[in-house]
Design a protein around this ligand. Structure first.
Ligand SMILES: Nc1nc2c(c(=O)[nH]1)N[C@H]1C(S)=C(S)[C@@H](COP(=O)(O)O)O[C@H]1N2
Ligand SMILES: [Mo]
Length: 214
């Protein structure tokens, strides 16, 4: 048995090679994982909001949002239930593009993503910048299916997939890190699959005793 040490982590590949984070297996499937029913939002009622610690809250209708510049992105995705899927094919709006529309207050350091249906998940703002995160509108050349979060979902592929909120309604900018739905139920505040941050007890600031949980 190798000695397991929280300071020793697998490395995310930087050369475009496919690689599995520790404890994951690859599947060609695209499983559906949803806590609760799939919300159906008529596009005429749909809106996307940026709110919280911003000087100018922003709101887009579907027509406005879907006219924003889109990019293709083909990430590997990693679910905390241990499946990984390589080379998924998306089109969507980069978070960098969305962030150009708001003037953030300087104390904004964290984000709560909130969804139609009530799901929430928290992320450090730094994890949404520099091409790391998108609002996905198309999958495999088609509008994103409702069960996978259509019409619009967050995709943050460098973190476990529960951070990629389906049926996105908006982002709330916060000064302090607050737990979302799964985080409140014991999952990691960050969820880096390469550091195997599955549970709150895996977080760097977790109390030492927590590392001995079964
Ligand atoms: N709104 C919402 N988003 C969600 C979830 C959810 O239950 N509701 N489940 C999360 C979890 S745990 C995972 S693994 C992925 C699953 O996405 P998929 O169903 O498209 O595979 O969505 C995430 N986003
Ligand atoms: Mo998940």
């Amino acid at each position: 048995m190798p000695f397991i040490n929280k300071g020793f982590h697998a490395k995310r590949p930087t050369d475009g090679a496919h690689k599995l984070p520790p404890g994951q297996y690859e599947t060609p499937d695209f499983p559906v994982l949803t806590a609760g029913p799939t919300p159906r939002i008529p596009l005429v009622n749909w809106e996307f909001r940026l709110e919280g610690l911003v000087e100018n809250p922003v709101k887009w209708s579907w027509n406005e949002f879907s006219a924003l510049p889109m990019q293709s992105f083909n990430p590997d995705i990693h679910c905390v239930t241990k499946w990984s899927k390589f080379d998924t094919k998306w089109r969507g709006v980069s978070l960098d593009t969305l962030l150009e529309h708001v003037q953030l207050k300087p104390e904004a350091k964290f984000v709560m993503a909130f969804s139609y249906g009530g799901y929430t998940t928290n992320l450090p703002l730094a994890d949404l910048r520099n091409g790391q995160a998108f609002i996905g509108l198309e999958y495999d050349g088609k509008p994103l299916a409702p069960e996978h979060g259509g019409p619009a979902r967050l995709v943050v592929p460098h973190l476990y997939f529960w951070k990629s909120a389906k049926w996105m309604q908006g982002l709330r900018f916060m000064a302090e890190n607050e737990p979302g739905f799964w985080e409140d139920n014991g999952y990691s505040m960050r969820g880096d699959p390469w550091k195997e941050e599955r549970y709150r007890s895996d977080d760097p600031d977790a109390p030492d005793e927590a590392h001995f949980r079964l």
